[in-house]
Design a protein around this ligand. Structure first.
Ligand code: FE2
Length: 351
């Protein structure tokens, strides 16, 4: 008989009731254990697996109601049926609230008892199944979300790394600009930190620095490497690199404000820059910083038409640009950053 596998624990302080229930339920094919008090019931539960419990509400010592939460903790899959001497709706409701499945009123109609036990066990089973399912679902959603996030981050890193490789390839062709983007990125980050920007924005400036000239991919090579002055037509083409760059980066939405830094790094504080003629603080701070870092890098590296300048001389040359081409606050931070770096280099040289 399938019911034979169900073990029932009868908890009642009245021995005649315990015995009568045990006898009847054993005849019905249940495996029956009895306990005369709450404490005894807990001992049984610690010892053996119980599928269903008939629990008297009123017992000397701890009442059945108080026992329910402890029992549920010990054996979450148990189906508890309360036995109550009076038809007490409040007691019944309290028991159900705390996890009991059903209640039966004494004197117990034995023909109802088997049905009530089966019903309680079935309800308990479906409740547990639901709990497992929602738990599984929750874990599954969390796992998938984490997987997706990892995948997305990997793709994001990959796409930026690919673009950086493109910039390196571009710069490698020309000895005069080799390493330019990395230097602009590092100095830009130093200026940003000097200005008190958050770590996150400092890193955004650094990444924008590495990518700021990516649009030069769209400019013809003979123009980029031309020795001597550009014609106005050629200059117009060079100016396009900021627009092309921001267009290349536009699909990478995770780059956020970095795209604007790239587009606006040739704007001027006085509104005479390109491509949008932005003025003053309408130019994104990262773009103002990169613009200054780029000028500094151009002055301090050798070009076909120019000797490289020492840091102090480059800063002095740029002082004239502060307030017209350059944001004075950015220039001040650049000056401080260059000094700080010279001190670091000096200390490095001594060791
Ligand atoms: Fe540029």
């Amino acid at each position: 008989m399938s019911d034979g596998s169900i073990s029932v624990l009868v908890v009642d302080d009245e021995e005649p009731i315990r015995n009568a229930l045990k006898k009847y339920l054993t005849q019905q094919g249940y495996e029956v254990t009895t306990a005369g008090s709450g404490d005894e019931a807990i001992k049984v539960l610690r010892r053996q697996k119980i599928g269903c419990m008939l629990l008297d509400v009123r017992m000397p010592g701890r009442s059945g109601i108080d026992l329910v939460p402890q029992i549920m903790e010990l054996e979450p899959s148990i189906a508890i049926l309360m036995l109550t001497a009076v038809n007490d709706a409040t007691t019944a409701a309290l028991c159900m609230q705390r996890g009991a499945m059903d209640y039966l009123t004494k004197p117990i109609d034995l023909s109802d008892l088997s049905r009530a036990i089966l019903r309680a066990i079935r309800r308990r089973d479906s409740l547990l199944e639901q709990q497992h399912l929602s738990q599984w679902l929750k874990e599954e959603v969390a796992t998938r979300t984490a997987e997706l996030r990892r995948e997305r981050e990997k793709l994001e890193r990959l796409s930026v790394a690919t673009l950086e490789a493109l910039v390196n390839a571009l710069e490698a062709k020309d000895a005069f600009i080799r390493g330019h983007s990395t230097r602009v990125a590092d100095l830009g980050a130093m200026i940003a930190a000097e200005m008190g920007l958050t770590d996150e924005r400092v890193e955004a400036v650094r990444m924008a620095g590495r990518l700021h000239d990516i649009g030069k991919i769209g400019v013809r090579e003979e123009i980029l490497s031309k020795q001597g002055p550009l014609t106005s037509d050629e200059y117009e083409q060079v100016k396009q690199h900021v627009v092309v760059g921001s267009q290349i980066l536009a699909p990478l939405t995770h780059l956020g404000e970095i795209i604007g830094f790239v587009r606006s790094h040739h704007e001027r504080w006085d509104g005479q820059g390109y491509p949008d003629k932005l003025k003053g603080e309408t130019i994104p701070a990262g773009a103002r910083i990169l613009g200054a870092a780029e000028i500094y890098d151009a002055l301090t590296t050798a070009r076909p038409y120019q000797e490289k300048m020492p840091p102090d001389a480059a800063v002095e040359r740029m002082r004239d640009l502060s307030g017209n081409a350059l944001d004075p606050a950015v220039f001040a931070a650049l000056e401080a950053a260059v000094k700080r770096r010279q001190t670091l280099v000096f200390l490095d040289d001594r060791t």
